[in-house]
Structure formats: C-alpha cells, structure tokens
Write a protein that binds this ligand. Sequence first.
Ligand SMILES: *Cc1c(COP(=O)(O)O)cnc(C)c1O
Length: 386
Amino acid sequence: MEMKFIPLSVPNFSGNEKEYVNGAVVSEWVSTGGSLVGEFEQKVAGYAGMPAAVACNSGSSGLHLANLVAGAGRGDEVLAPALTFIAAVNPIRYVGAEPVFIGCDDSLCMDPVLAERFLSENCEMRGGCCYNRRTGARVRAIVVVHVFGNMADMPAFLALAKKYNLVLIEDATEALGTRYTGGPLAGRMAGTMGDAGVYSFNGNKIITTGAGGMVVSNHPDWAEHAKYLSTQAKDDQLQFIHGEVGYNYRLTNVQAAMGLAQMEQLEDFIAHKIQMHEFYASRLDGKNGYRVLGFRDGVRANRWFYSLYLEDPRHQRDQVIAALAEQKIQTRPVWALINEQKPYLQCEAYGLEKAEDYRAKIVNLPCSTNLTAEDAQRVVDVLLAL
Ligand SMILES: *Cc1c(COP(=O)(O)O)cnc(C)c1O
C-alpha cells in the first residue's frame, strides 16, 4: 500500500470557503473593493476585542505598516527576537532602523529579563527617551513575537515599554486566538495589548486567506494611519491627491471571503490543535529522550505549532527530520537565528544561549487542523522507534 504523506501544516477548507469565495467571484468584486474586506476586518476586530482592524495582503506588510505608524525610522534601534521568522525583523530595516537581537526564554518568545538587562546595562535615559550608549542611537521600540502561538510575557514587556518609553509591537502572526485566562491581563488576546499588533493569514497559519494579514492598534489614529498607508496614502476619492508615500498593501475581496469562512471555524481549529498537542505530549513527553514543549500557564494558547525537544544527544535534529521524511512525514527545524543571517551579521545580539539550544534541538511535528489521530500515531511510532 502507498504510504500516506503527512504534511507539517496545511489549510483546512471544510467550512463555507468555496461558497463564500464563489460568491465573491460571481459578484465580480474580486479586487480590493467590495464589502467583504470590511466585514472580515470587523469580524477579526470583534473576535480580538478591538475597535478596528486593518486588513493587508500579508503579515509581513502588516508588520511593515506597524513599524511605520509606530514612528520607527532611520537611526533608531528596535529590540527584536533572535529566534523567530525573519519576516518579524525585516520590516525594521524597511523603515531604516536597526534591530538589536535578544534571546528567548523557555516560552521560545523573547525573554523580558534579557531585554531589561540590555536596556538597563547598555542604554541610558535622556529627556525621557532611551539611547543605546554604545551606538548613540535611540531605542524606539520592541517587537515581541508570540512564537508558535505561545504568549510572550506581556505584563513584563508592557512594564518595560513604559519604563523605557518604548513602543511595543506584537507580532501575533502565529497567535490569533491566544489569550490570557488569568492574571492581570485575563481575557486579553495576543496582539491587542501593545501599541500595535499584527496577524497573518498565510497558508500555514491557524486560519488562512491564501495570503493576508491584519493590523490592530490601541491607538485609533494608528489604525487609521495604517489603513491610509496601505491604500497608496490616497487623500480623496476622485482627484488622486496623496499625502505620503503609500503602499498597495490591501487584501482582496476574494481573500476576505475565504477569511470569513475560516473565522467561523477558528475556535474549532484551536480545539483540534489543543487536542492533538495533548495527543503527542501524552505519548512522547519524557519518553525515548524527547520532551514535548508546553505553553505558558494562565494562557489559552492556540498551540499553532508543536515543538519536539530532543533532550537526549543521541537524537540529532537533522537525522530525526530525515528519518521522518523517509516515512513520508514532513517536519522542520526551528528557524536559524536571525543574527546569524547575512543581512544582520553586524547587528548587536544579546543573551542567545537558550535560543541557540532550542534552534539546535527542536523539531516541529505535523500540526494541521485536519491531522487525524491515526496519522499522529504514525508520527509517534516512528519517533519511538528511533
Ligand atoms: C508568518 C510570519 C510572519 C509573516 O507573515 P506572512 O503573512 O507570511 O507575511 C511574520 N512573523 C512571523 C513570526 C511569522 O510566523
């Protein structure tokens, strides 16, 4: 019998996607006009508990918009995670600023203790602003990433942002639906606590519009500014007057149609992610030299990606990945650290020990929202036989 391929993370279109997308095509509103983009924005905003949301054509463009409206620019520095996808960091350069890389804690997200140490030991406050003593640059913002749907330590980052007068941007591209269930921020969703937050609807994310993103902000004028910049900074309906250098970053009506159908299923997707994470954890955690990394306490994480941690050195990451691939099971390593990537080799990097360890020892397991227990058991069986 032909062995079934088990992908890492694929979309799940078992809801109203085809009907809604077809409706958009039949209506002939297939581009950035049409009513569904606004509907999708309202749906996501309502879900996140925000007054407004600005749809855009990718999480990356959303992060670019967030950096722009945050006022980060030439000569500024921005604290960013070393362990993340490069799309969280590139927008810092798009606006002419420089990242300073900070290591992670055991949530895989940026460690606020390391960030604080960098700010207190290497920076100074002058006139209410924070400056890097070595470079003289103003430290303008922190970009935290809610890695794999886990929650970064937001109470700590909010306190840091306040103390050092920094803008806090949340890259929640992997964390739609992750929220605090306890503590001072109970009920608050990833992406909604800082100055601006960004979601992604890329094909591998928890919901997808093929490609797409959304920006939310606690400053109504920032959200409005993001929308303005995303639509070529056009000042009027008729006369083609533009007040700034804008971008063509809008989502299309067809994508929004798909997004509306996906939003109807988001909570079911999260329930499935949680169930399958527990499936792997109960069969692999503490067995055969493996750990299955958990998610932060006091948080309902969307558990977007699962991390198998190779505690026993007899398991080598790339060999494990190759052994699974031989059985038609697709997995991947966690990202190479951004400070080691060619465009960022000159940047300051701080406290990378844990990030380096997790980079070396994590394998992300299949986690699609249509992954069956039977398929997950096959993954488990292969791993236990290694
Ligand atoms: C997916 C992702 C992005 C970018 O989102 P796109 O929609 O693919 O542009 C940014 N940051 C992180 C951490 C991501 O995982």
